[in-house]
Design a protein around this ligand. Structure first.
Ligand code: DAH
Length: 347
């Protein structure tokens, strides 16, 4: 058993070690070694049972004093170290509450979709209904019902993207225009008809400044008693004025589309130079905008309408083209490149 001198020496050493300890962990280790179950102090306490009763009290008190002195040193050092460790941890965890918050990134509709919504709104405001049709279409609706003969070059695989190629009306393709919605709508609705049909269309075109294999169109169709070319002109003039602003002029040039007779291409005076010639209009003062015409009697008849009772006009306008012209976007492919430097300008 350790003598009282041994224990006093142990106290001196433990107190010195505790004072020199650099961490709470080290203090705890010293404390366990000096005061724990198998320490010389615990051993001395256990041995008190066998000590001479006359000495037991004094010995017991001496051992307790040694233990208390070590405990006090441990407690004091532990308090100091714990505070220092806590301060370090807080410093490392510090959050700078004065930093500005991070806003979540806000998306926006793509410019083409904004224009899509806007042109649809212009027509729904004057009573048109929005109609839609499938992008995967049959040759019947894309071509045959629209008076496009089997020999028409647009039907070739070189121009049209087929899902199932064939000459017959059941061939399946990606629609090349929104015009098939005309045929679908008339098949299931009686006149009068006032619809617009915005949508995605596909053509087998290589990408250049003004062509991409997918783009957007809006079809318009009005069928009623006595619809004339004057209605067509008036409606489209109204549309152009709403979209590009007042003061422009329109002109109609003869053209050909299988599903309209007569057919025309509509041009409007350049909104940038007002007709004097600039880069936007290629120096001509006029901008080609859309195809239009009076619905061919064959198309009305195929849809089950009586061409002696009703007449109508139709038009098809490129939505991407409208966006390019109004915002002076030089390349159609900018709309499809997903380059944020371009897209972010049109929030
Ligand atoms: N579908 C034609 C095209 O893609 C555009 C068009 C022209 C639509 C005349 C019409 C129309 O409804 O009457 O080029």
């Amino acid at each position: 058993m350790a003598s009282l001198e041994d224990l006093t020496e142990l106290e001196t050493r433990a107190v010195a070690d505790v004072a020199a300890a650099a961490s709470v962990e080290a203090v705890d280790a010293i404390s366990t070694a000096a005061l724990g179950q198998s320490s010389p102090i615990a051993e001395a306490r256990r041995a008190l049972r066998d000590a001479d009763p006359d000495e037991r009290r004094a010995l017991g008190r001496a051992i307790s004093q040694i233990a208390t002195a070590i405990e006090a040193a441990v407690e004091e050092r532990r308090t100091v170290l714990a505070a220092a460790e806590r301060a370090l941890r807080l410093e490392a965890d510090r959050t700078d509450m004065t930093l500005p918050g991070r806003l979540p990134y806000r998306g926006a509709a793509h410019l083409v979709m904004q224009v899509w919504e806007e042109v649809v709104d212009i027509f729904t405001a004057i009573g048109y209904t929005v109609a839609s049709g499938p992008e995967v279409e049959t040759a019947y609706y894309n071509f045959d019902a629209l008076n496009t003969p089997p020999t028409h070059p647009a039907r070739l695989e070189s121009d049209t993207l087929y899902v199932e190629y064939g000459d017959d009306p059941e061939a399946v393709l990606l629609r090349t225009q929104t015009s098939p919605v005309q045929a679908r709508w008339m098949e299931s609705h009686d006149p009068p008809v006032y619809i617009v049909s915005p949508g995605r269309v596909y053509r087998r075109d290589a990408v250049d400044a003004t062509h991409t294999p997918v783009f957007h169109q809006m079809e318009g169709l009005a069928i009623d008693d006595n619809i004339t070319f004057a209605d067509l002109k008036g409606t489209l003039a109204y549309f152009i004025e709403k979209f590009f602003g007042p003061g422009g002029r329109q002109r109609f040039l003869p053209n050909f589309f299988p599903f309209t007779e007569p057919s025309a291409e509509m041009q409007f005076s350049c909104h940038v130079c007002d007709g004097s010639g600039c880069r936007t209009c290629g120096g001509t003062g006029w901008i080609e905008l859309l195809g239009c015409g009076m619905v061919d009697p064959f198309v009305l008849e195929t849809a089950g309408y009586d061409p002696t009772q009703v007449s109508g006009f139709a038009f098809g306008v490129g939505i991407d083209r409208l966006a390019m012209i109004r915002y002076e976007v030089p390349e159609l492919r900018y709309f499809f490149d997903a380059d944020m430097r371009v897209l972010e300008q049109y929030r």
